[in-house]
Design a protein around this ligand. Structure first.
Ligand code: 0O2
Length: 262
């Protein structure tokens, strides 16, 4: 006789039953499996945050517009396991599905996408598992993005695990295009009409042209010599502000009203 609370699962091999304790253990194992990917994301996000802050400090320039990240939902993971015919055990899933943890890095310009890719993948605790450069070689539909699967070590109480994280680098224009294409693709359930596909390809061309023109403009502006007159004016204003501050400090400490900052 079977405990009423047991779960019966029908598989090709017949009917299997799971007790509540077994189900709880499976749930805990699944949660722990996904948690490793959360930690992997955190490690890579920290690395990207450090690169961004250091860039700002050293070059007065922020190469990152936006970072978003997600761990695949259980539903979407199960769907992919079935679609790809992966053995339903954690080791097989770990090996076969490399986008359980995903980060998207949006940059202003495509050279920043490559620069961040180089800086991240050069770090000696990062192992590169695969690279797909859809910026250099866009997909047939016009999709552009630089993808890399990296492995990052995560240190748990039980020891080290190397976690796979997919990082996608793309410009704002590429991201705008990809989000729209994604929505259209899902709306038509994959069967997008030919006319719309052609328009999407054309829009991808426009996005590429925009990227190139914006990058050229940006390079021109950065190559301009600094406006020395404006620098001098800023210096005078800063001097006046300092004098005023000193006068106010003297006033506060009883030195009397000597507000002669000019
Ligand atoms: P989601 O919802 O973003 O997670 P894979 O299916 O991942 O095992 P594949 O297709 O060879 O293998 O991987 P690839 O080419 O690196 O693409 C993976 C991800 O890139 C996709 O994840 C999308 O996020 C993005 N991507 C790839 N091609 C396209 C495209 O044509 N249009 C758009 N909008 N995004 C694309 P998912 O899991 O498909 O989707």
């Amino acid at each position: 006789s079977t405990d009423a609370r047991e779960l019966l699962v029908t598989t090709d091999e017949g009917v299997e039953s799971f007790s509540p304790d077994q189900l709880r253990a499976m749930r805990d194992e699944f949660q722990r499996f996904l948690l490793e990917y959360q930690f992997g994301l955190r490690e890579v996000e920290t690395k990207l945050g450090i690169l961004r802050d250091e860039f700002l400090q050293m070059h007065d320039y922020n190469p990152i517009e936006h970072v978003s990240s997600r761990v695949k939902t259980a539903d979407s993971l199960v769907e992919k396991v079935i679609r790809k015919g992966v053995e339903p055990n954690f080791d097989a899933i770990r090996g076969a599905i490399t986008d359980i943890a995903g980060i998207r890095v949006t940059t202003s310009f495509s050279k920043d996408a490559y620069r961040l890719f180089d800086l991240l993948t050069a770090q000696d605790d990062i192992t590169v598992r695969a690279v797909k450069d859809y910026i250099a070689e866009p997909k047939e539909n016009g999709y552009k993005s630089l993808h890399v699967i990296v492995e990052v070590p995560v240190f748990l109480s039980t020891g080290r695990v190397d976690v796979a994280v997919e990082v996608q680098f793309r410009t704002i224009a590429m991201d705008f295009w990809a989000s729209l294409e994604h929505k259209i693709y899902y709306k038509y359930d994959g069967a997008v009409p030919d006319g719309l596909l052609a328009e999407l390809r054309e829009a991808a061309q426009v996005a590429t042209t925009l990227d190139l023109r914006m990058e050229a403009l940006h390079d021109q502006v950065r190559a301009l010599p600094r406006d020395e007159e404006a620098d001098a004016a800023r210096e005078v204003t800063a001097d006046k502000a300092r004098t005023l501050l000193e006068a106010l400090q003297r006033y506060n400490t009883g030195g009397g009203p000597t507000l002669d900052a000019g």
